[in-house]
Ligand binder design. Structure first.
Ligand code: I3P
Length: 103
């Protein structure tokens, strides 16, 4: 599964993140890992050189407290970071959450 999602880093290593803007990233889920890229043509270099997230060590949650936008899910990493992801519609949200949950 791959496609664009808006992403906001909410909590970084258990502290409130200072860089809180939403960024539109090309997200690629492959072999249990979620990688982030600027677009589909730039898949040789991850966005910000970020390592892919190993989803086996992440918790995905759709029933989060975020109310400003619809179709947002969160991902908590094992090192205590938390990302918000904004999908374009409900189908897109369900597709991402479904594949992430089974990864
Ligand atoms: C952030 C940006 C985000 C906003 C965040 C701001 O500012 O406006 O859209 O999150 O609010 O800090 P900047 O672009 O200057 O980084 P929301 O869209 O969720 O409101 P926050 O600090 O309350 O998370």
């Amino acid at each position: 599964q791959e496609g664009f999602l808006f992403r906001k880093l909410d909590i970084e290593s258990m502290k409130k993140s200072t860089n809180r803007s939403w960024v539109n990233l090309y997200c690629v889920l492959n072999k249990g890992e979620l990688g982030f890229y600027k677009d589909a043509k730039s898949m040789a270099t991850p966005y910000n050189n970020e390592p892919a997230l190993s989803l086996g060590h992440c918790q995905c949650d759709v029933t989060n407290g975020y109310k400003k936008k619809k179709n947002v899910f969160t991902l908590k990493t094992k090192d205590g970071s938390e990302y918000l992801f904004h999908a374009k519609d409900e189908d897109d949200l369900k597709a991402w959450v479904g594949t992430i949950s089974t990864s």
